[in-house]
Design a protein around this ligand. Sequence first.
Ligand code: PLP
Length: 354
Amino acid sequence: MPSNTEFDWSIARRRRFGVWRYRELLPLHNDIEPVTLCEGGTPLIKISRAMNGNVFVKFEGANPTGSFKDRGMTVGITIAKSLGVEGVIVASTGNTAASAAAYAARAGLQCIVVLPRGGVAKGKLAQALLHGAKIVEVDGVFDDALEEVFTEVVINGKRNLYPLNSYNPWRLEGQKTLAFEIVDELREPPDYVFVPVGNAGNISAIWKGFKELYNYGLIRKLPKMVGVQAEGAAPLAKTWTLKSRTLIPIERPMTIASAIRIGRPVNWLKALKAVEESSGVFITVSDDEIVNSMRDLAVYEGVGVEPASAASLAGYRKALEIGIIDKGDVAVLVATGHALKDPDTITKYFSRGD
Ligand SMILES: *Cc1c(COP(=O)(O)O)cnc(C)c1O
């Protein structure tokens, strides 16, 4: 990594100061004080019983609010604070709300979260309440909630509110550090990275991270990016398969995995490019496959993830099955959020030890 005398790397390294450890690779002025909860620096866990092969799980549930959203939120809220706004506003399937609420609290900013009524897992809603966010519920799905944020900020001109959805480039800047950590730990990029895809910010951000390392000459090859979507909420997989140059939206996205229940992903073009440039692929998995993968990670590996996160293992299994990848290939599965986020799904599907 390039050196920079103004930032004390030794302290950052010692404290596993995840995202901000890579400050030199974030386009922020050095005078800006980060709003941080020491996010990032999450475990990369080799799995063996749920799946043998060269498979690692990047356990993002170990972030301060329990999902990878914290990587982006630390940067987004840092920017919001430096701009001097009164508050932030986000539409969310839940984890963005939980994360925004916590980081806004830390920064002393108001937080408004717009949620699809009935579409948010209980743990996430509880976090938003706990951290004092103002909750606005809209009828419909995530896409309708996002529309509401656009209306508030752009049409009603609430300029004292800073929008922090994943079309906000600063969040993606923070999220790209996931790629840096993988390379730091494996010493080189894996062959494949499996990412559950909803609004498609994360897969775009992770790809950006790898590309930057490559462009700086710090790595010599790039991984292939595999975007995994749930069968009932797979606008990108569909767009990809039909080779359409415009997004084919899904009007009523349906899946048990609420974090990826999105029909019109805002980052669709970036995500298509990430997959195309990396010679990767989009694949779909069923809700049953998601639940089975969630169970296997939990009972064979001790890794508790929420349903959306289990899509990456389900996707890996499918990729093996249809012959896209080999057992010998090194794969990283991004486990995006913690099991505690969605207790209702666990009690519904995993009762009585079945
Ligand atoms: C947000 C989220 C996703 C989807 O990420 P995108 O950047 O929207 O594609 C997947 N899993 C979990 C747990 C999430 O919170």
